[in-house]
Design a binder for this molecule. Structure first.
Ligand SMILES: Cc1cc2nc3c(=O)[nH]c(=O)nc-3n(C[C@H](O)[C@H](O)[C@H](O)COP(=O)(O)OP(=O)(O)OC[C@H]3O[C@@H](n4cnc5c(N)ncnc54)[C@H](O)[C@@H]3O)c2cc1C
Length: 304
């Protein structure tokens, strides 16, 4: 099968953080058949979508990445939407607006793919992908087969889905939206964008969204702010001045710079509140000794 790939690929520019070293091999499947072929034949691989929730190692990765961004077919049938895993959220939100359908307005402001959004149960502004997903089409590694799970089987929770068990890969999903006046949808999207503009760094300040998950009944941003981390400013990475749960790459930051800053933030909150924040950003790739030590502490409660 003639599937697009690159060897010794500099992944940095694919990621929203603009950080990451050389990847031994990266595939860009365009169809489900190509994707399934890779999943079944490649031995050790990591699936990535828009790379907007990952901190990719500056030491790179000695294995294979399968990037889904070229699997971007979608279909609107009445109030139902079927989308492949690589479709980008903002495009899906825009198409839903064109079709007069509500439910995807939250996706307008961040670059996640359908697969990444399902993996993380991405959400914002009181909406999340679990609100509208009716059926997920997944590859089941244990059964070595394609399976369909309905919403109740997806173990959706706050920034959690069954995909995080490592057993499943999202191929695509079907969503059930609701008819709505286009003006109302557009107003909601504009409100969401305006809200972001005021507190979140724009993408020309490379970042990967919220650094830590909210602890139960609290907000990571609030705790970090109270702990005074907005002053944390390293030579190549800093906490965003308008929101303490965002880190920006000041230009040539390495994965080690970001981890170091994450660790400082984590320690400050832990010392002040005895709360151990859990990273939302996922680390991918090789680690040097220092990164390994930091990750052992930061990721002790997470990450498969
Ligand atoms: C400016 C900015 C704002 C953001 N705002 C928000 C927000 O408001 N709400 C929010 O929830 N998130 C937000 N994010 C974070 C991010 O966009 C989401 O977590 C998104 O869901 C990640 O999707 P992705 O395609 O980029 O996933 P990636 O970063 O590519 O991958 C994330 C994880 O998903 C896995 N994965 C990806 N595709 C698949 C697949 N097909 N099957 C199985 N596993 C897969 C990967 O292995 C990885 O572990 C923001 C990010 C940025 C940069």
């Amino acid at each position: 099968m003639d599937i697009e790939f690159k060897e010794n690929f500099e992944i940095k520019n694919l990621t929203s953080f603009k950080i990451g070293g050389t990847v031994k091999k990266i595939f860009f499947p365009k169809t489900q058949t190509e994707f399934l072929h890779l999943i079944k034949t490649e031995k050790d691989y990591i699936i990535l979508g828009s790379c907007s929730n990952v901190l990719f190692s500056s030491q790179g990765y000695d294995g294979t990445i399968i990037c889904t961004t070229k699997m971007n077919r979608m279909e609107f049938r009445g109030t139902k939407v079927v989308a492949e895993c690589g479709v980008k959220g903002p495009l899906l939100a825009q198409k839903a607006l064109d079709a007069g359908l509500t439910g995807f307005e939250f996706m307008i402001g961040f670059p996640g793919s359908v697969g990444g959004n399902i993996f993380m149960n991405a959400g914002a502004h009181s909406q999340s992908i679990s609100d509208t997903l009716s059926l997920a089409c997944l590859y089941d590694k244990e059964k070595d087969d394609v399976v369909y799970l309905d919403n109740s089987m997806m173990e959706f929770g706050y920034r959690h889905s069954i995909l995080q068990s490592g057993r499943y890969i999202a191929l695509g999903a079907e969503f059930d939206l609701r008819k709505e006046n286009k003006k109302t949808i557009k107003e909601l999207m504009d409100r969401n964008l305006e809200f972001r503009k005021n507190i979140q760094p724009p993408l020309n300040y490379p970042n990967a969204g919220s650094v830590f998950k909210n602890p139960e009944h609290d907000s990571a941003g609030r705790l970090l702010d109270k702990a005074g981390v907005k002053d944390f400013d390293l030579p190549r990475a800093a906490v965003w001045q308008k929101h303490a749960n965002f880190i920006i790459n000041k230009g040539d930051a390495t994965s080690e710079d970001i981890l170091e800053l994450m660790y400082l933030m984590y320690k400050k909150v832990k010392n002040m509140y005895t709360i151990e924040l859990v990273p939302e950003i996922r680390f991918i790739g090789k680690m040097n000794k220092h990164e390994e030590e930091i990750c052992q502490e930061l990721y002790k409660k997470t990450q498969k």
